[in-house]
Design a protein around this ligand. Structure first.
Ligand code: FES
Length: 142
């Protein structure tokens, strides 16, 4: 049976927008590692991606929380302007054209946007204001 981890409530991501979260995972050596992700929404569809640009691996939101192009039609990287489709994460213009964001499987469960079968280090770090910090309070992910 799949394990779910609720990241946020569905209403916390506006239609046509995206939000970033920083979770914590264990690396292969058992060390806690920051795991920035983003959840994008179009109508009733939610899309999860790792918040790492395929161009240089940095976060898309140069300004924290800003994931959209000026018109709000596409996900964009604030660093060099790559644009990505909401629904596929495919980069169609920019220095990583032809590559794609790494998708994260999501399910909607009882009004929550949930990750499926992702082994989190311990706690999420959702309460951290500075998204560059590693979560301090850790609990076992479920
Ligand atoms: S790092 Fe994203 S376009 Fe260069």
């Amino acid at each position: 049976m799949s394990e779910l981890f609720a990241v946020c409530a569905t209403y916390e991501v506006d239609d046509g927008d995206a939000r970033g979260f920083v979770l914590a995972r264990l690396d292969e050596n058992g060390a806690v590692k920051r795991w920035p992700i983003l959840i994008a929404r179009q109508s009733k569809n939610y899309y999860g991606y790792e918040n790492a640009c395929p161009h240089e691996g940095t976060r898309l939101d140069l300004v924290p929380g800003e994931f959209l192009d000026r018109e709000g039609n596409f996900l964009t990287c604030g660093r060099h302007g790559a644009k990505f489709d909401f629904d596929t994460g495919h980069c169609f213009i920019g220095p990583c054209q032809g590559k794609a964001l790494t998708p994260i499987k999501l399910v909607i469960d009882d009004g929550d946007v949930c990750l499926v079968d992702v082994e989190l280090a311990e706690e999420d770090g959702l309460d951290i204001e500075d998204p560059n910090e590693v979560p301090e309070v850790l609990i076992t992910g479920d």
